[in-house]
Design a protein around this ligand. Structure first.
Ligand SMILES: [Zn+2]
Length: 233
């Protein structure tokens, strides 16, 4: 196709099948982009990845040995990020997650604290939840991060398991903790001596990331780093 014809086709496609910004709905957006420049500029970047002892690292102090940890964006109610996460997690908009994963990767690779990672690991979802959603949002973030940085994403190295032990004698909170925090390392040999970056969408208490991290550290010589898209204080 000649450049002129291609341009006309693109313009017609934009007229009849408009490609819109996932943040504000504007049609002033490059075909290959997910967010318009205005919305990209609105993303509440934390810059935690540039700093040791940032609030995300402090979450894990005394709980699990983490080399470096950071969240890319602040999560606040009513923000553009809340809107984007809703599209990504509940409206089936995978591209939003892949885009945010690429943005996060592009930012993190600039920091010498995250530039020496050997492999990306996605925090696993319960299989039933993943079937319902059609994808694991952490894996989509990993794919974007990997595309932007060239760091390989190792999928299905660790899985989430549902406890089969009888729980009737446990109280509600114990049952919840027991269910939330069970992971099983599937391929320890593939992770030996690797600097791993465990990725999830949001960090709050860090309990789930901690439990999964302990499982990853069963691989001999493995080092744990943690990154999440969003941080809620
Ligand atoms: Zn926009």
């Amino acid at each position: 196709m000649t450049p002129v014809l291609k341009n006309i086709t693109n313009n017609l496609a934009q007229l009849f099948f408009p490609h819109l910004c996932a943040g504000c709905g504007s049609d002033i957006i490059d075909n290959k982009q997910t967010l318009c420049l205005y919305c990209i500029d609105q993303l509440p970047v934390t810059n935690f990845h540039m700093h040791a002892n940032n609030p995300v690292e402090k979450i894990f102090w005394g709980r699990i040995p983490v080399v470096a940890a950071a969240s890319y964006l602040y999560f606040t109610k009513g923000s553009i990020l809340q809107h984007l996460l809703h599209q990504f997690k509940y409206k089936g908009n995978k591209e939003v997650g892949a885009f945010l994963g690429r943005q996060m990767g592009t930012a993190f690779i600039q920091s010498n604290r995250f530039s020496q990672i050997d492999a990306l690991i996605a925090l696993p979802l319960f299989p039933s939840k993943e079937r319902k959603r059609g994808y694991n949002q952490a894996a989509v973030l990993c794919e974007g991060f990997s595309a932007a940085t060239g760091i390989p994403f190792l999928n299905n190295m660790v899985v989430r398991t549902v406890s089969t032990e009888t729980q009737t004698h446990k109280n509600r909170i114990e049952r919840w903790q027991n269910m939330e925090a069970r992971f099983e390392l599937k391929s320890a040999s593939a992770l030996c001596n690797k600097r791993l970056l465990l990725i999830d969408d949001v960090v709050t208490t860090g309990a789930t990331l901690e439990a999964c991290g302990h499982e990853l550290l069963k691989a001999r010589g493995a080092q744990l780093n943690i990154a999440t898209l969003a941080y809620t204080s």
